[in-house]
Write a protein of this length. Structure first.
Length: 255
């Protein structure tokens, strides 16, 4: 059973997303309703502090999940608050980068590329103006946008992952591939409670996303330059289409 923390203003999008994948769900209003949940979703929404009732509920359910080792998935605001609860710092406003990450004037999400930790790319949607800056205990970034904003995180000490974008309403054919990959991860996380007792190593879970973004050389060069101090040289070189042998190129650079 997948739990969705209540008071989410776009609740219908999340329930439809789960229903399409034949996943049972429940809306969680308190700790008692969280008792039978296998994985908890913390949804997107307004900035922390703007809706005190929801802030308080999210915190209580988060504390319950930690106390009972319930895996968590944070989406947009949900990612930020899970990271914040675990000691992370937030960027209050990404400033000039809002042109890429903030919702358009009609409320629609913007589309942009992200770079996964294994060096591949995919397209996601975005409508946020805050972001995770300094990681809390156990967290690491698993995806960045080309401008260096953290787009996905995972905790090495606790079964919690977060994405800054909105997989529940990705609609394009290419984006559905990423959406399915995330769904597979969610399905695996939902089994953690039962398999942990048998010694299953949840940290070994690895979802492979299909590269599906055609990028021109200028865009790739700009992305590589932006991420120069964030990811390894090997990962950066792997993005350049005319570099056929990354290891050979590394030897030349470091020779």
């Amino acid at each position: 059973m997948v739990g969705i923390v209540a008071l989410c203003r776009e609740e219908e999008q999340y329930t439809q997303w789960l229903s399409e994948r034949q996943l049972a769900y429940t809306i969680v209003h308190d700790e008692a309703e969280a008792a039978g949940v296998a994985v908890m979703i913390f949804c997107g929404g307004p900035d922390w502090g703007k809706r005190p009732e929801r802030d308080a509920l999210d915190r209580r359910i988060y504390d319950y999940c930690v106390a009972h080792q319930i895996p968590m998935l944070g989406i947009c605001r949900g990612m930020q608050e899970i990271a914040y609860f675990m000691g992370a710092a937030l960027i209050e406003d990404v400033g000039e980068l809002n042109a890429i990450h903030k919702a358009q004037t009609n409320g629609a999400s913007r589309q942009h590329a992200i770079l996964l930790s294994d060096g591949r790319q995919t397209m996601v949607n975005s409508r946020h103006h805050q972001a995770v800056k300094k990681f809390g205990r156990g967290f690491k970034a698993t995806a960045y946008s080309p401008d260096g904003v953290v787009e996905a995180i995972e905790n090495a000490e606790y079964p919690a992952i977060g994405v800054q974008f909105h997989p529940e309403n990705l609609v394009s054919i290419k984006e559905r591939k990423f959406k399915r990959g995330l769904q597979q991860r969610l399905e695996l996380m939902s089994m953690i409670n039962s398999v942990l007792r048998e010694g299953f190593a949840w940290r070994a879970i690895d979802i492979i996303f299909t590269r599906n973004i055609p990028s021109n050389d200028t865009d790739i060069a700009n992305m590589v330059n932006t991420l120069k101090d964030i990811v390894s040289e090997e990962t950066l070189l792997a993005q350049i289409p005319f570099v056929d042998d990354v290891q050979s190129e590394l030897e030349k650079l470091n020779g």
